[in-house]
Design a protein around this ligand. Sequence first.
Ligand code: ADP
Length: 190
Amino acid sequence: MINIVLFGPPGAGKGTQALRLSERYGLVHLSTGDIFRRNIHEGTALGRSARSYMDKGELVPDTVTIAMLEAEVDAHPHAKGFIFDGFPRTEKQAEALDSFMARKDQQISLMLSLQVPEQELKKRLLQRGATSGRADDANPEVVQNRIAVYARETAPVAHYYKRQSKLVRIDGVGPLDVISQRLYDAIEQL
Ligand code: ADP
């Protein structure tokens, strides 16, 4: 099994690249952001509790997020592996993921971390906000808060994987195909 954590700030291109990786390697793509948005759209209890946090650009609480992620993994018992997109976003989530995988005799193979400068992120998010219909992209204050939350709560998760020698940094600026190739190269080195 190969299990990849695709990491990077909001607007780094995780969603686009995760889709390509999941197709190329036959992995199940789990995007916590997409799962939350689907729940909001469907009006579930989970969606109702996630919404207030997402609208402000805050993280959904760990207990809620971890339980949801574990249920999604368990819903794919025959998967060849997973691409985790948008998870883990806190050290608590990273620890929970490790012990959850260990209980299944599995582990994270590597973390691919997309590196994109802050100015470029803001530009991409506001551009996406004009067409995506995502309220959290359209409001500059919320975009700024997501970037701040990333720096404060999520960036340290990279150190967690670095300590396990699983962190690979990938330049996330350039044509999409070039970035994909950088990711493929890192995976094929495994
Ligand atoms: P982006 O990476 O562009 O910010 P996502 O779709 O990954 O977009 O996430 C959107 C929002 O969903 C986040 O701002 C946060 O509120 C919530 N969210 C997604 N993943 C997590 C997570 N692992 N932990 C807590 N909140 C999350």
